[in-house]
Design a protein around this ligand. Structure first.
Ligand code: TRH
Length: 383
């Protein structure tokens, strides 16, 4: 049995596309260092993508330390690398062969985890923590599933997250310096603040048009990303970071892609958040604000089942009429169907109700053990 205080953890991450894989791994790596005092090496195959969410990362540097995490460029054959006692392969990425062989040569085998993607589907709890023995070597890998109930590995949530959000929302100064840091003036006090992060979405022009026509003033804060074409198509002009463009009651502000921590603050500051994928989707839930999720599209429509499974849980305690409105906008958003002005009016009118629901959801969800604590506890039991 290894001494847990001297545990070393290796996290392996391949960036498939977008920022979710590295986003989750970076969050987890920092939390293991900060809250569990272990040393962590994060092996990443794409430092450019990493540098987008963490500008302190130098994409030309093969080995560097940021926020206490050793960040290593995933290259070479790994024959000289001594594995950590905890090995996390994120999202089924294939570990280097030599590294796996070195794992088998350690005096005691490491706790080997395959961290899976998040899904609210019921089968997840039955597969969480299942072992998968290596066909040849004396090693066992365990499947670790994030999820929404106690029978899963939970969700990533830093210890001081709720407190940090409360402090931010209670402090004008913190909010003002946040807006300045990301290069924006604070949005008008009377406008509803809406953050926008999504994949390419043909429904986007209709959403913006419905907001522009609404009597409720809105300010849409959009970090420049894959929504660019949809915003440009609505505006009929090209956009760049720093732009602030008005149409009717809607002001659209184009933000830079901000750091992960500032992205959290953006979610906290807004009244409605459009989010996507996995990590921003989870962070919007911790923001305790209404959200509309653009799920990562998968082949053969596999994402539909996941979307429905989540909505079933998320909307379970919401009055039927309000739940239907959220479901309708989420459905239109994910099916690329037009959002009618009537649907948008209904959404905006119901926002106070949605907010209560989002607050309750966050309160209940945060009673669960967080994923990092649950993962560390699980690994400890295997060492
Ligand atoms: O980038 P994504 O679409 O990632 C996706 C999903 O994770 C999906 O499950 C996976 O299969 C696919 O990648 C390969 O969306 P996600 O998960 O929300 O990740 C975005 C990250 O970017 C998240 O950590 C928040 C961060 N972010 C910033 O740091 N700054 C920003 O300005 C914005 C908008 C996001």
């Amino acid at each position: 049995m290894s001494s847990f205080a001297t545990c070393r953890c290796d996290i392996f991450c391949t960036v498939i596309d977008n920022f979710g894989d590295i986003g989750v791994c970076w969050r987890l790596a920092r939390q293991i260092v900060r809250e569990h005092g272990m040393s962590v090496r994060l092996w990443v195959d794409n430092l450019q993508a990493f540098a987008r969410i963490c500008p302190s990362v130098d994409d030309r540097c093969a080995i560097q330390n940021v926020d206490g995490v050793d960040i290593c460029c995933w290259q070479g054959d790994f024959s000289a690398v001594i594995p950590g006692n905890i090995v996390i392969e994120a999202f089924g990425c294939q570990l280097p062969d030599h590294y796996v062989e070195n794992m088998a040569r350690l005096d005691s085998p490491p706790a080997w985890i395959n961290l899976e993607y998040l899904s609210a589907e019921a089968w997840v709890s039955g597969c969480h923590a299942l072992p998968s023995p290596h066909p040849r070597l004396p090693l066992t890998k365990y499947f670790f599933f994030p999820g929404f109930d106690e029978a899963t590995g939970g969700l990533l949530r830093e210890k001081r997250l709720t407190e940090a959000r409360r402090l931010f929302l209670a402090s004008e100064d913190l909010q003002t310096s946040f807006w300045h840091r990301i290069g924006a003036m604070p949005p008008p006090a009377d406008a509803l603040k809406i953050s926008l992060f999504a994949y390419e979405n043909e429904a986007l022009p209709s959403v913006l048009s419905a907001l522009a026509d609404s009597p409720i003033p809105t300010c849409c804060l959009a970090p420049l990303s894959r929504t660019q074409a949809g915003i440009e198509s609505f505006l009929g002009q090209s956009i760049a970071v720093g732009d602030s463009i008005r149409r009717g009651g809607l002001e659209i502000r184009i933000l830079p892609f901000v750091t992960q921590d500032d992205y959290d603050r953006l979610l906290w500051a807004c009244d409605l958040n459009f989010v996507r994928g996995e990590d921003s989707f989870v962070r919007a839930q911790w923001a305790a604000r209404p959200m509309i999720w653009h799920i990562y599209p998968q082949s053969e429509e596999a994402h539909r089942v996941k979307l429905d499974a989540f909505l079933e849980r998320y909307l379970a305690d919401m009055p039927g009429n309000s739940a239907r409105i959220v479901q309708n906008l989420t459905g239109a958003w994910n099916d690329f169907q037009e959002c009618t002005p009537a649907l948008m009016t209904a959404v905006l009118q119901q926002l106070p109700e949605f907010r209560l629901q989002a607050e309750n959801w966050e309160k209940n969800l945060s009673k669960q053990e967080d994923l990092c604590a649950s993962l560390v506890r699980f690994c400890k039991s295997k060492l």
